[in-house]
Design a protein around this ligand. Structure first.
Ligand SMILES: O=P(O)(O)OC[C@H]1O[C@H](OP(=O)(O)OP(=O)(O)O)[C@H](O)[C@@H]1O
Length: 427
């Protein structure tokens, strides 16, 4: 039993809080945490925190019912503040999945959260996912696609932009070719996406140059302003995010659990290939491949998208050999599951025998579960940094690994001033 410690849970993941408390041998502290009918959050800490070391556990998966990630975020800030005003000695925000960490500098869709809920009506039958890259990977038998991959009609944009500006704008030659001979496949290259005329035309369509909030640093500031003295989190999407804080941030890794899963569940795992589904996760995936002595392959997105919505349309190409092998995709998270399902299709097309996806955070928002069920993925392994009960009930391919003991041990170490990095020293 750990003494002089208070563990408080938010509403996002009560099961995880209970598991951590069981490992620590302390009960979760009493608090009232609900909403007024106006929707404002109400928090009352019912146990004394005076002079105590307080750990507030809140994760940031998809909310239940009307509750959203943003509600959980406000809950967190209010709980931290309540503990500080209640004279807690030190408050640590324990955030198994860190909120807004994918937005340190990335644009998001104007219409809402990145790649949010599908427009497909509920109960519309089996979705017709294609898992295709658009435009397709260029090759001898694959013609290049016309214009912007998001279906924007260039001729229409340019004519409207010309009207708006009062002088004619001209499409670049290749794109103009499309409009005069719509039946003809154009020689439209990826460089044309950077063509100033096209960029200007698209901006004219929007009527305003997009300016994108960088919400990640604001989230870090809010947590610090609320009074957190320390943050304990896991597999930050960008490890540089730690630098956004001027308080200590401990970043745990899901890697030991994922490695153990591979060793214990994948037959002849040394013959399998670890695959990173995008360049951003290559370091994470190679760390596992190297420590298990396994080969590595990378899926490369040909065109670096400038907006998160465009990630769905970027062309995926495989670098490495996966034919007649088991493939293990490794990534930090799956949100819409678009990345892993498209990667799985590509790998199977390239001759992979089976495809596993191993992820630390299974956010699995929107229609991610339906997408996984319909995909070429054979198994999706996630940890419980995000609540998985609802997902697991709907997805027979899902396996959930428990990270609560690692968090409990990290909390114990922080409380006693012991090293966290030692936990991963032999990993
Ligand atoms: O399930 P999905 O909705 O497809 O999202 C998952 C992907 O998003 C994140 O990377 P991201 O594309 O944000 O960029 P990066 O890895 O290049 O930084 C993450 O690392 C996954 O690769």
């Amino acid at each position: 039993m750990v003494r002089n410690i208070v563990v408080l849970g938010g509403n996002s993941h009560p099961k995880f809080v209970d598991h951590v408390c069981e490992f620590l041998g302390v009960p979760p502290s009493s608090r009232v945490l609900d909403q007024f009918s106006s929707g404002e959050t109400r928090c009352e800490i019912q146990d004394s925190v005076r002079g105590k070391d307080v750990y507030i556990i809140q994760s940031f998966g998809v909310g239940t019912g009307p509750t959203t990630v943003n509600d959980y975020f406000i809950e967190l800030c209010i709980m931290i503040s309540a503990c500080k005003t209640g004279s807690a000695r030190r408050v640590t925000a324990v955030l198994p999945l860190f909120p807004y960490s994918r937005q340190p500098d990335l644009p998001y869709a104007k219409a809402g959260a990145p790649l949010s809920v599908s427009a497909r009506p509920a109960g519309a039958g089996r979705p017709d996912y294609t898992f295709e890259s658009v435009p397709a990977t260029p090759g001898p038998s694959v013609p290049r696609t016309i214009g912007f991959s998001n279906g924007v009609d260039l001729a229409d944009i340019v004519s409207k932009a010309s009207l708006a500006r009062g002088f004619p704008l001209h499409l670049p030659s290749a794109a103009a070719n499309i409009t005069s001979h719509p039946q003809q496949q154009a020689h439209f290259t990826t460089h044309d996406y950077e063509n100033p005329t096209l960029i200007m035309a698209v901006q004219a369509k929007a009527g305003y140059k997009q300016w994108v909030a960088q919400a990640g640093s604001l989230a870090a500031d809010l947590i610090t302003c609320a009074g957190a003295d320390r943050v304990l989190t896991c597999d930050l999407h960008e490890s540089t995010y730690q630098g956004f804080f001027d308080i200590p941030v401990d970043n745990l890794y899901g890697r030991p659990l994922l490695k153990r899963y591979i060793q214990q569940n994948i037959e002849n795992y040394k013959d399998a290939v670890i695959v990173s589904p995008d360049a951003g996760g290559a370091k994470r995936a190679t760390a596992i491949a190297d420590s298990l002595g396994m080969p590595f392959a990378l899926i490369h997105k040909e065109r670096r998208p400038t907006k998160i919505t465009e990630r769905q349309k970027a062309t995926m190409m495989l670098v490495g050999d996966v034919a007649s092998r088991v493939c293990i995709l490794v990534d930090d998270l799956a949100d819409t599951a678009n990345t892993i399902t498209r990667a799985a299709k590509l790998l199977k097309n390239e001759g992979a025998l089976r495809v596993y996806a191993l992820l630390t955070h299974g956010v699995l928002s929107g229609d991610a579960i339906a997408r996984i069920n319909a995909s070429a993925l054979d198994r999706v392994v996630v940890t419980n940094t995000v609540a998985q009960d609802v997902h697991a009930a709907a997805c027979p391919k899902l396996v959930v690994l428990d990270m609560s003991s690692m968090f409990a041990e990290a909390i114990r170490r922080v409380h006693h001033g012991e090293s966290i990095s030692v936990l991963f020293q032999y990993d």
